[in-house]
Design a protein around this ligand. Structure first.
Ligand code: ACO
Length: 377
């Protein structure tokens, strides 16, 4: 049956899914039917992760067990740390994360993805170990010792502890946890689709997550948060915003952190993140980058809003991480620490009715050409 080619598969459903839903016209994002704003107000990252993976909010005892299981699996084998020590220290943390996650799979060879219990423990390990790997790399590349996780600390507190050897201010841990909730899942995006293509071959979940990490890295997807910060730093002062934005847009260049394939209004995650930014600066002191960002949004509005282009999730998240003194190139790995839950939720969902991805193509080449011998070309 002939089909029209849709570049980027725009608008073509790739799955039937109950994990999350976006209304791009109204600016609504729900995980398993619950609005993300409500989850940020009332839930934690780990509880939200459970909701995404297992389709319902956990009871008190189930939540306690889930949190304990994650705590128990935070440590990574010393061979993984030794392996990371062999990587070039100037390498990008996303590459180190992808390599370490792929290597992780070699330590857990139970690869029967039809085994429900095995899949539970794979999900636990991946969610628990990604922050440990990200923090370990952040320290190793500066020549610092790796810090082991602390069992008495919550998910976000422990990540800061492993990064800096200090327990963060509770407000920082709360805000960071909300950031993780907001990045945990987002329907059929490029990295989720990549993971599902890999998963459809019945590859193990470490390979699935490693391939999703590769797709998340690109600047048109998760990598945009890094580029936003570089752009805000390049602007440098609020009164240089107008000239910068106008020059870029007049020359048909893109503003990073703006635009989305699905949202035609402001991304609901950007709205929550902007609120978190405001809360952070009002408690911890002003941020020049935040002031510049507000000005960029204001200036870009008259150029872009008419085309349905508004700030997306990447526009304000980097400012929060920057204010928390996190290195810019760790922003996308932090995104991966959260999004691994969405990838795994889609993986588990797809396994119930798996079919190998094998799309079609529209051949645009020639036929019946002769082979020309090397000396006659
Ligand atoms: N700045 C300026 N103009 C833009 C932007 C932007 N950020 N985004 C889209 N446009 C314009 C395009 O130039 C184009 O204009 P034209 O029709 O006059 O040629 C029009 O909007 C449509 O652009 P497309 O690229 O066709 O739209 P698409 O839906 O494919 O774009 C994308 C989505 C890739 C996210 C795009 O908006 C973009 O490149 N944004 C910047 C990168 C970014 O922030 N990525 C993060 C996305 S969120 C995430 O992945 C977590």
């Amino acid at each position: 049956m002939p089909h029209d080619f849709m570049p980027g598969l725009a608008g073509i459903p790739a799955a039937r899914s109950a994990v999350s839903d976006v209304d791009g016209e109204k600016g609504i994002l729900e995980y398993r039917g619950i609005r993300v704003e409500e989850l940020c107000d009332r839930s934690s990252f780990l509880e939200t992760a459970y909701l995404l993976l297992f389709c319902r909010l956990p009871t008190k005892s189930v939540l306690m067990q889930w949190e304990q299981d994650i705590i128990h699996h935070r440590r990574v084998k010393y061979s993984i740390i030794d392996f990371m020590k062999c990587l070039p220290e100037q390498g990008h943390p996303m590459d180190a994360l992808q390599a370490a996650v792929a290597a992780l799979g070699m330590f857990y060879p139970g690869r029967n993805v039809t085994d429900v219990e095995n899949n539970y423990w794979s999900a636990v390990r991946l969610i628990a170990k990604l922050p440990t790997i990200v923090a370990a790399w952040a320290r190793l590349r500066h020549g610092d010792d790796v810090i082991s996780p602390r069992d008495d600390l919550g998910f976000s507190e422990n990540f800061f502890y492993m990064l800096t050897e200090t327990v963060p201010h509770p407000l920082w841990a709360d805000i960071f946890d909300d950031c993780l909730i907001l990045h945990a899942e987002h329907t059929m995006n490029a990295s989720t689709f990549t993971g599902l293509v890999t998963a459809s071959t019945l590859a193990d979940p470490y390979t699935v997550v490693a391939s999703s990490i590769g797709a998340l890295k690109g600047p048109l997807h998760g990598g945009a948060n890094e580029e936003v910060l570089q752009m805000l730093r390049e602007i440098g002062e609020p009164d240089r915003v107008k000239g910068y934005v106008e020059e870029r847009l007049e020359n048909k260049k893109r503003l990073m952190g703006f635009g989305h394939r699905v949202y035609k209004v402001k991304d609901p995650r950007a709205i929550v993140l902007q609120g978190l930014c405001k809360k952070l600066v009002s408690t911890c002191g002003t941020s020049q980058l935040y002031n510049i960002a507000l000005q960029v949004e204001h200036t870009a509005a008259k150029w872009l809003n008419g085309k349905g282009i508004y700030p997306n999730v990447d526009f304000y998240s980097g400012i929060i991480y920057d204010k928390m003194n996190i290195d810019v190139d760790l922003f996308t790995p932090i995104f991966a620490m959260a999004r691994v839950t969405g990838w795994l939720a889609h993986w588990l969902e797809q396994l119930r009715e798996n079919k190998l991805f094998r799309p079609d193509q529209i051949y645009a080449g020639e036929h019946n050409l002769p082979y020309v011998p090397l000396d006659q070309r």
